[in-house]
Write a new protein. Structure first.
Length: 160
């Protein structure tokens, strides 16, 4: 019975992890889609998957307006996507690596795209604030994923 509870517990934890990632990505996409700006990632999506992209933009029009000038428009989608990216990457190795090894992976993943912009390898606008926010989003995403999915932490908790 205890083994079934542990298995179900892991399924719930992985479902929450995937939901956390999906919600962050979706909110970031909705904000950018509602902005009407030509964002590199959405332009790529429209070029590769035009039908899906059209559906996505239509869907974003049915959500409450999340886009706001200022901090939300300029930083929140990057923060959400950085955290989601770090969480996804770290989730693959959460039970093979220690937290001290996962943190640099998550932080590096989170700041990767902003660093490419800063070095001139990718389009977009480099911003020091985005770099700083992405760094902390990587830390947050890594820590949350580690706490949610690491089996040694889960085994130490009392199952109800």
């Amino acid at each position: 019975m205890k083994k079934i509870n542990k298995s179900m517990n892991m399924h719930i934890r992985y479902s929450l992890w995937l939901l956390f990632i999906g919600v962050q990505l979706a909110i970031g996409i909705i904000i950018y889609a509602q902005s009407g700006e030509d964002v590199v990632g959405l332009a790529w999506l429209a070029g590769q998957f035009p039908s899906f992209s059209a559906w996505l933009f239509e869907l974003s029009n049915h959500f409450p307006l999340l886009y706001r000038e200022g901090w939300i428009a300029n930083h929140l989608p990057d923060i959400l996507w950085s955290s989601a990216c770090a969480s996804l990457l770290v989730g693959f190795w959460v039970n093979q690596l220690t937290l001290s090894k996962l943190l640099p992976v998550g932080m590096g993943c989170a700041i990767f795209y902003e660093m490419l912009q800063g070095l001139g390898f990718r389009g977009g606008t480099f911003d020091w604030l985005d770099l700083m926010y992405s760094f902390f989003a990587g830390v947050f995403g890594t820590l949350l994923t580690y706490l949610l999915l690491n089996k040694s932490i889960i085994n130490d908790t009392k199952l109800v």
